[in-house]
Design a binder for this molecule. Structure first.
Ligand code: 3PG
Length: 306
């Protein structure tokens, strides 16, 4: 059995060591494809792989078709919008994610970006504090919960909206559950996005929603760029000079944001949320264990293409 780790953005070495241990202990072989620059390199590497561990790497119908021996793909992370689930299902390939494994890392970055934003990108001028301010967590999954836990330490007043998570689950964390996204945005000066990119959420963060945010509004995006209606966010930031946007996923209109909104826009050059040794170890080793459990024991607990 050959397990391929195909990551454009490599895991920390310590995580690769851990993955290797799990794979070798099961009697499997490990192959590595890191920092590849051409899709063809991925197509070649998957040809004889029985299992693949990926991150945000694109596994589309072409990759699936090239992977003739493939049984399972594990996205070491939360969002699996980079995998063509239909193509995988059609080829009888199991797709899994590793929910929660990198959640704390992403949540710490979200709070770090908030501090960076309120301190005016550390430009030496007088900023503001997070203490006592209202934070809206948009989607209360694993990352959202960690954001709430850390934001409590900052003394923020925390609200959350999640279309699928019952209000009592949110409230038991000492977080106020609101009934709609509209209510969340109207209430909170700070919004932290944790929604996945789906047909329903793509482009859903728009002018109408953002324009209701209180003065000094700040949007933090450690989720996906696709959920933002970029043209409308640009229009909003033109109309509201108090508004800041900080993102861990470089927008398609990055240059336009940079030119038009100096001091109010920041993007990491490469997605950094899950890029810690701890998150790499957690997600990478969980992925390896899930592969071994699936191949040897048929355990498909984290399958997402049922
Ligand atoms: C996730 O969905 O888990 C995060 O977006 C992390 O993505 P990455 O593995 O590409 O850093």
């Amino acid at each position: 059995m050959k397990v391929l780790v195909a990551t454009d953005k490599p895991f920390a070495k310590v995580a690769i060591d851990g993955i290797k241990k799990v794979v070798v202990a099961a009697g499997f072989e490990l192959a590595l494809l890191e920092k590849y620059t051409e899709k063809q390199q991925l197509l070649d590497a998957v040809a004889d792989a029985n299992a693949i561990i990926i991150r945000s790497d694109i596994v589309d119908a072409e990759v699936i078709a090239a992977a003739k021996q493939l049984k399972i793909v594990v996205r070491a992370g939360a969002g699996y919008d980079n995998v063509d689930l239909e193509a995988a299902t059609a080829h009888n390939i199991c797709v899994m994610n590793t929910p929660g494994q990198n959640a704390n890392a992403v949540a710490e970055l979200a709070l770090g970006m908030m501090v960076y934003g309120v301190r005016n990108f550390y430009n030496g001028s007088s900023g503001t504090e997070l203490l006592g301010k209202k934070l809206g967590i948009h989607a209360y999954g694993n990352v959202g919960r960690n954001v709430a836990r850390i934001a409590k330490g900052f003394g923020m007043e925390i609200f959350a909206y999640d279309a699928f998570c019952p209000a009592h689950v949110i409230e038991q964390d000492g977080v106020t559950a609101v009934q709609s996204a509209e209510e969340l945005y109207k209430t909170c000066q700070f919004i932290s996005l944790h929604i996945p990119a789906t047909a329903e959420t793509k482009n859903s963060i728009n002018y109408e929603l953002l324009s209701t945010m209180p003065k000094g509004g700040m949007l933090i995006n450690t989720a996906r760029k696709e959920v933002i209606n970029e043209a409308e966010l640009i229009k909003l930031m033109e109309d509201r000079t108090d508004f800041k946007y900080l993102t861990d996923i470089s927008p398609s209109h990055h240059d336009e944001f940079t030119t038009h909104f100096p001091g109010r826009y920041f993007s990491t050059p490469k997605k950094m949320g899950a890029q810690t040794a701890e998150a790499n170890i957690n997600a990478g080793i969980a992925a390896a264990e899930q592969i071994v459990n699936y191949i040897l024991h048929g355990n498909d607990k984290f399958r997402v293409n049922k």
